[in-house]
Write a protein that binds this ligand. Structure first.
Ligand code: FAD
Length: 498
């Protein structure tokens, strides 16, 4: 076999890509190449840049773009966005699974996905926050949730609304990302797994109903790699972009960019769902600042570790549509003088009705993408109403006896009473984009892949990352994406494409 031919090419080495490379590489008879646009910092944490390992902050290195709107942030490194994210892991509701079963069949049900969820929890070393690490703010936030009548729930599973503690992929302040978890020294020692960093997948070469190669820019130089099966795992922005550059997508749009359409799939790049949120700032008391400073000196200050999941306006049956997040610590953006911290409560809309899109601006793989998150734009205004109900809960939490002694609400218009445009202007992101190569049943014209991630109309092409989820779960997406990749890797090794 030539150096450029493999059994499987995994295109994109992020959260899902690491899972797929590891699982598909378990068969010693199968050669697998993992192609990643960014660097590979290797299997030993000692070789990693310190900011990527520091779980107490969101690093700003190894990104595709810097100094852009926050919703565009995505990592460019083996390990993907698990190297730059908040290390929080939660699971969604029964309602999410109902939506996914409708789109992809019974394997997407809550019970059927449990083994994949569990495998991801084990591999990533996910664990609840040890009590001793909770800050005085986090303890008070849990008291505040109880004061409002919420019960404690397991954030790592489906169940009821309530408050709880997300599972962390961080130990003693160090972020354990998907590259370290899935591509450790033993896995890499397998002779038939190749990791190819600094390699941008430009376009797939389609011949008839098969992919016959992929053009990759390795350190800027084009090279064609070939395989029996191609698995695209370039994330909710990168995967549709690669398909579009390959002529797979809405034919009219592609022609307008000078790209010859090879497969008219209108759903590619459409249906972008991400979770918008609004931060309600509070003014920390000197006592809270002092307590947080002591925690920081002990190396135990994570941004926030208590979460309330609640059903606000337009919540699905059997589910919740809001995360209400009390946080206190170093600011996510910018900086404050030593010993001063940012406190507040955010409300995030977890089940948006609004949809955005990912489009190309050019056929050049290095050109920036046109990313429209579509936040709070659904014509019925359900998303604005749901977010407002979350902001009311945020205010109620801030006003509890447990929290109001630690941080005060500044004056001014209450956030849920702000006008629509102002609310849209204040909306940030929870960084959970999904849905841009959505799975769906045969009769859904917007479906890009089937329940096993196979691209409709092509025999040997799979998409296997956040982009296949037709609806974003009512959860932080890392754990659901890990489980999705585990599920699709199992389908690939047991299905007809094995
Ligand atoms: C700032 C931030 C904070 C977040 N916080 C959390 C959190 O606390 N908890 C949580 O659950 N989730 C969080 N997330 C979301 C979570 O990280 C994602 O859901 C998850 O990483 C998605 O996995 P993925 O494999 O689909 O994409 P990614 O992990 O983004 O991986 C995609 C990979 O593909 C590569 N790629 C793209 N295009 C190409 C190409 N053409 N050629 C080669 N390689 C390519 C990219 O460089 C990247 O490495 C956060 C995300 C961000 C950005």
């Amino acid at each position: 076999m030539s150096a450029d031919r493999f059994d499987v090419l995994v295109l994109g080495g992020g959260v899902a890509g690491c899972v797929l490379a590891a699982r598909l590489g378990e068969d010693p008879g199968r050669s697998v190449c993992l192609v990643e646009a960014g660097p590979d910092h290797g299997p030993d944490p000692a070789g990693w840049p310190a900011p990527l390992l520091d779980a107490r902050a969101l690093p700003r290195q190894d990104l595709w773009e810097r100094k852009v709107a926050a919703h565009r942030f995505r990592a460019r490194v083996v390990g993907g966005s698990s190297c730059v994210n908040g290390c929080w892991n939660t699971w969604g509701s029964e309602a999410d699974h109902r939506e996914w079963v409708r789109a992809g069949g019974e394997r997407w049900g809550a019970a059927a996905m449990e083994p994949y969820r569990d495998a991801a929890v084990r591999a990533m070393g996910l664990r609840p926050v040890p009590g001793r690490e909770l800050s005085p703010w986090a303890r008070a936030a849990a008291d505040a949730a109880r004061e409002l009548g919420h019960a404690e729930v397991d954030m790592g599973r489906t169940g009821e609304p309530g408050y709880g503690f997300p599972l962390l992929n961080a130990h003693d302040g160090l972020r354990r990302n998907a590259a370290l978890a899935y591509l450790g020294p033993e896995v890499r020692a397998r002779s038939r797994l190749t990791v190819l960093p600094h390699a941008v997948a430009d376009r797939l070469l389609v011949r008839g109903d098969r992919v016959d190669g992929v053009v990759v820019l390795v350190d800027g130089v084009p090279r064609t790699l070939r395989a029996e099966r191609y698995v695209v795992a370039a994330g909710a922005f990168g995967s549709p972009a690669l398909l579009l550059r390959s002529g797979i997508g809405p034919a009219g749009e592609l022609r307008a960019l000078g790209i010859d359409p090879v497969l008219d799939l209108p759903g590619v790049g459409a249906n972008l769902s991400d979770q918008p949120g609004v931060f309600v700032p509070l003014a920390p008391t000197p006592e809270l600042d002092a307590a947080l400073a002591a925690k920081e000196r002990d190396g135990e200050l994570y941004v926030s570790r208590v979460l309330l999941r609640t059903a606000g306006a337009h919540a699905p049956e059997d589910g919740w549509n809001l995360h209400v997040l009390p946080s206190a610590g170093p600011p996510l953006f910018g900086s404050l003088p030593p010993g001063r911290y940012e406190a507040g409560v955010s409300a995030f809309l977890m089940k948006p009705a609004s949809r955005g899109s990912v489009r190309l601006t050019s056929a050049d793989p290095l050109a920036p993408l046109a990313l429209d998150p579509g936040f709070l734009t659904d014509p019925e205004g359900h998303d604005l109403a749901a977010l407002r109900s979350g902001l009311e809960t945020a205010l109620a939490l801030a006003g509890t006896a447990a929290l109001k002694g630690l941080a005060a609400l500044p004056g001014g218009t209450a956030p849920h009473l702000l006008g629509d445009d102002e609310l849209r202007a204040r909306a940030g992101t929870y960084w959970h984009p999904a849905g841009t190569c959505a799975m769906g049943p045969d009769d859904d014209p917007a479906a890009v892949v089937d329940g096993e991630g196979r691209v409709r109309g092509l025999a040997n092409l799979t998409v296997a990352d956040a982009s296949v989820l037709p609806t974003v779960p009512a959860a932080n997406t890392q754990l659901p994406v890990l489980a999705t990749a585990e599920l699709l890797a199992a389908a690939l090794t047991t299905g007809p494409g094995a």
